[in-house]
Design a protein around this ligand. Structure first.
Ligand SMILES: NC(=O)c1ccc[n+]([C@@H]2O[C@H](COP(=O)([O-])OP(=O)(O)OC[C@H]3O[C@@H](n4cnc5c(N)ncnc54)[C@H](OP(=O)(O)O)[C@@H]3O)[C@@H](O)[C@H]2O)c1
Length: 250
């Protein structure tokens, strides 16, 4: 029994980073990881301060548009220990001026570039600085929140050009990072995650068409995503999984 406890503790993540911890899902992930792993340090980053902290959370503000700020975040999170888990919970679908496109006539280069810069480029630059700081001596996981609508094979409805394309690009970036890193860090796992349809600012304008039982709380989604992360093996690296563990074809 003692042996089991020791080996579980040595497997459990000790050093975790959550980027985008002010979002609905990022915040729920931050709190649940802090509770599940009380002996771990949870380094959290967002543009604003979270409303609540646990003792094992160390929060720092980040400027996503500054690569220096992202590099500093990675250095801070790995100052004492390499990273066992990195979660990128950032992403946008709409904002005050931008709504997802229903048809080609709604496309705007400026809005397209903005969505790509948040949903695809930002996670890639985060990977650039956080991945070299991941643990090489034991299993580590890097997960970015993607979206099922980023699956090309699953696209039956069309629309949402820039969001869909930016998440498809994110899935490709994850796959690339997995291939490249497998050569240097065999125990690192890289995945995209679909959290389900979750109550948040991001989903708010689109919730009315979602059946009640399919609209998750951020807490439920975070719990399911953490269960998925715990079960991943190196064979899963580069793939894309839904909240219930189902693999989604790219
Ligand atoms: N909610 C859903 O139904 C749903 C479904 C599929 C996929 N997802 C994905 O899940 C992720 C989190 O979504 P959520 O529902 O938690 O949304 P949310 O509550 O609106 O949170 C948005 C997150 O994105 C960051 N963000 C917002 N605007 C940004 C900008 N202009 N530049 C950079 N970062 C920005 C925020 O960062 P700060 O923490 O710094 O504020 C926050 O972490 C997204 O990638 C989304 O695509 C969500």
């Amino acid at each position: 029994m003692e042996q089991t406890t020791i080996s579980y503790k040595s497997m459990a993540p000790q050093n975790i980073a959550v980027i985008g911890c002010s979002g609905a899902i990022g915040s729920a992930l931050m709190h649940q990881l802090a509770a599940i792993h009380p002996d771990a340090t949870i380094y959290t980053f967002s543009r604003s301060d979270p409303k609540e902290y646990s003792e094992n959370i160390i929060h720092t503000k980040i400027k996503y548009e500054s690569e220096i700020s992202i590099e500093s975040a990675a250095m801070k999170a790995s100052e004492y220990l390499p990273l066992d888990m990195v979660i990128v919970a950032t992403g946008i679908l709409h904002d005050e001026v931008l709504m997802p496109e229903k048809s080609l006539k709604d496309l705007s280069a400026e809005k397209f570039i903005h969505l790509f810069s948040v949903n695809s480029v930002l996670p890639a630059i985060i990977a650039k600085h956080f991945v070299p700081r991941m643990n090489k001596k034991k299993r580590s996981v890097f997960a970015a929140l993607s979206a099922r609508v980023g699956s090309i094979s699953d696209n039956e409805m069309g629309g949402w050009y820039s969001y869909r394309a930016s998440k498809s690009a994110l899935n490709m970036i994850i796959k690339n990072v997995a291939i490249e890193t497998a050569r240097k860090n065999k125990q690192a796992i890289f995945v995209g995650l679909h959290p389900g349809t979750v109550t948040s600012y991001l989903s708010e304008p689109f919730q009315s068409n979602v059946p009640k039982e399919k609209l998750f709380t951020p807490e439920f989604s975070a719990k399911k995503l953490i269960e998925v992360l715990e079960k991943l093996t190196s064979r899963d690296s580069g793939k894309f999984f839904a909240w219930d563990g189902e693999e989604i074809e790219p």
